[in-house]
Write a protein that binds this ligand. Structure first.
Ligand code: FES
Length: 199
């Protein structure tokens, strides 16, 4: 299964450069204060995360070189970390990075139907990016919200208690830039038992 976070190739977009924004540079100064001055390389994960956010959700070669330069470490050490964690994407992704949980609780509650809906609405396969670059869809393992299965993550937000119908509507609304409801789609608070809020 293709996933932009399990890719071992690195590249840049043509003519792309990477320099920290002033805002991120200030964030880096704060991050580095959390570590002893001789252990600043321990900040490689938060800095890769910042670089990915600044670079539209993926890490180009330039951006990882910048992380290495900032932390005075070799590029290969940064690359080792970036290729180890699937949360770091090594190729461009769509505006909405849709991660569909397919582990047992979500699977038992219908995650397969969510994958089908996503492929239909976004008109791309799992691991692919839609032609309009609005969506990249991937399947992932447990995202830690099993109580409200099936669930998915889009960028930094969770969407829970899904079924084929409410997920289809959610994606169509997102496609037309309408606002969408985050969290439980059926009004559940946190992991409240269904019998309590249906009573
Ligand atoms: S199995 Fe889907 S969130 Fe845990």
């Amino acid at each position: 299964m293709h996933h932009p976070g399990t890719n071992n190739k690195v590249y840049n977009k043509i003519n792309s450069k990477f320099e920290w924004t002033e805002d991120n540079f200030n964030k880096i100064k704060k991050i580095l204060k959390k570590y002893p001055s001789n252990k600043s390389q321990s900040a490689v994960i938060p800095l890769l995360d910042l670089a990915q956010r600044q670079n539209d959700g993926w890490l180009s070669k330039n951006s990882m070189e910048k992380v290495a330069e900032t932390l005075s470490m070799s590029y290969i050490r940064v690359l080792e970390v970036a290729t180890f964690y699937s949360m770091f994407n090594l190729e461009p992704i769509g505006k909405n990075f849709v991660q569909i949980c397919r582990t047992t609780p979500c699977w038992l509650r219908g995650s397969e139907s969510l994958s089908k809906v996503a492929q239909e609405v976004c008109n791309t396969k799992i691991g692919g990016t839609s032609e309009d670059k609005k969506f990249t869809i991937v399947e992932v393992e447990c995202l830690g919200a099993c109580c409200n299965a099936p669930m998915i993550q889009i960028n930094d937000e969770y969407f829970e208690d899904l079924d084929a119908d409410n997920f289809r509507k959610l994606l169509i609304d997102l496609k037309s830039n309408k606002s969408i409801k985050k969290g439980s789609q059926i009004g559940r608070k946190s992991s409240q038992p269904e019998r309590d809020f249906n009573a």
